[in-house]
Design a protein around this ligand. Sequence first.
Ligand code: F6R
Length: 607
Amino acid sequence: MCGIVGILGTHEVAPSLVEALRRLEYRGYDSAGIATLNDGHLDRRRAVGKLVNLSDLLVHDPLPGKAGIGHTRWATHGAPTVTNAHPHKAGPVAVVHNGIIENFRALREELAAHGLRPESETDTETVALLTQHHMAQGLSPVAAADRTLARLEGAFALVFLFDGEEDLLVAARKGSPLAIGHGKGEMYVGSDAIALASLTGQITYLEEGDRAVLTRSSLTIQDAAGAPALREMREVRLDAARIDKGGHKHFMAKEIAEQPTVIAQTMQTYLGADGRSIVLPGDGVDFSQISRLSLVACGTAFFACMTAKYWFERIAGLPVDIDIASEFRYREPPITPGTVALFVSQSGETADTLAALRYCAGRADRILSVVNVPESSIARESALSLPTHAGPEIGVASTKAFTCQLTVLLLLALKAGHDRGHLSDDALAEKLSSLRALPSLVNTALGASDALKAVAEDLAQAEDVLFLGRGAMYPLAHEGALKLKEISYIHAEAYASGELKHGPIALIDAHLPVIVLAPHDRLFDKTVSNMQEVMARGGKVVLLTDSRGHAAAKEGLWHHAIFPQVSEELAPILYAIPAQLLAYHTAVAKGTDVDQPRNLAKSVTVE
Ligand code: F6R
């Protein structure tokens, strides 16, 4: 989604604004722009498409100035055009915005009555016009911004820059995060700490409803009630190297390759010193006191929840509901006593997941979350947040965050099994010992990359692809299909293998590749029967399995790839690797924009 940056600098700020926007590219965008105070006057440059277009524009038409704001826009109101691109300017004020102003139509009509009309189709321009209107009534820039903020409904992060105000930025947060960065004689604001990573590691996170006034030497914050507020400054270690491609062609490739390390890192924080127990942060969770677990998330994080349902129910006998957050929040489901709600999110800012969490607050016994960004809204609004330690995930398609989410969820399911008397001390210790082998198994699975690249060359020719899986491999079939469609734009669907006969088998022909995720487990023979039904109808099967599975079912395959033998519990994590690699290599073969696929945003902060 949109990315925001603001700098009060001691040097020319245009290059730093563009560099900060580059760090926000991972969020997804379709136009970009910056505004500075050029000789004390607001001036701006905006371009449609990738940042390189904005950089080119700045080469031909530089933008001097030591104070500025910048924005990457992911279109919501109005097409990605230069006119709709941010910053939006109205008289003496320029504004960048992330989120949606829900009452912008009513405000626009009100402004029209004063002769103030927008140039663009955006909701954001209304904010600039309203502030211009308040300044024309004699209010100071800060007072005008405050009066504007009081009129806005919806979710937003906003930064204001004013004509003639060389040492002033106003920033406000309601629903969308904002981080303030402290430099030496400089001050910054950004959508997240990643944006500011090359400028500073000293960060103050604004809280919900906060409004901040920044100068080069001061930061003044007031809370939602207008009272002065002190927010802690912390050292955020996001060294620039961690957000480089590290020699890989794409962030996604780097993030896929990082999985052995980040899974180990994540696992390590939850294992007791004796290696036989699971230790949760804070006051932990006693699963013997829980009668139902409600798992809620969006997209890939939802497929992690779907996988976890298999684990919790089978390992711990704990009933689990799973929900897509956008459905859950409006369905208003009854939350019965004894229910604990757990929200899973990489960014921790997904609007629907956050709204679902807020619905459960006060209804569920407890709110838990599994989140990759510890400072995020979802983490902060949970009674207990369980971090994944995947590090910043820049590729829009989630990879390492997914396997780290699965790792934490599996650890929770094992703890639940133990707490509820389904696993003895020794049985838990044994499961943990096999879990410790996971990073090296994932490393071995990464070795299949070249074999999968060859499969991908053929897959890239397809228009549709079917993914099949049974048991806990069924959610992974969904994840494989989602990965493929989002980055290669090939239409892909997932079915539980047993559902094939109930409809989708009608699609099978020689043009439809069918990817079967089937380790040699207790359900293998059933999946092989489904696979044979596909081949008997001329279907082209790609079998992802282990050596036993391959030995038992190699006849008639179009392609196959072999992975290490693992327990049923570990299989969904291990087989996530080929699902990701197949999508990655197919996208590369098709030449699509792997890290920033069209229309997609990394952090979906609007519904
Ligand atoms: C797919 C993907 C998305 C996210 C979804 C939820 O590769 O990344 O489906 O999983 O938008 O995002 P988070 O996990 O940030 O809540």
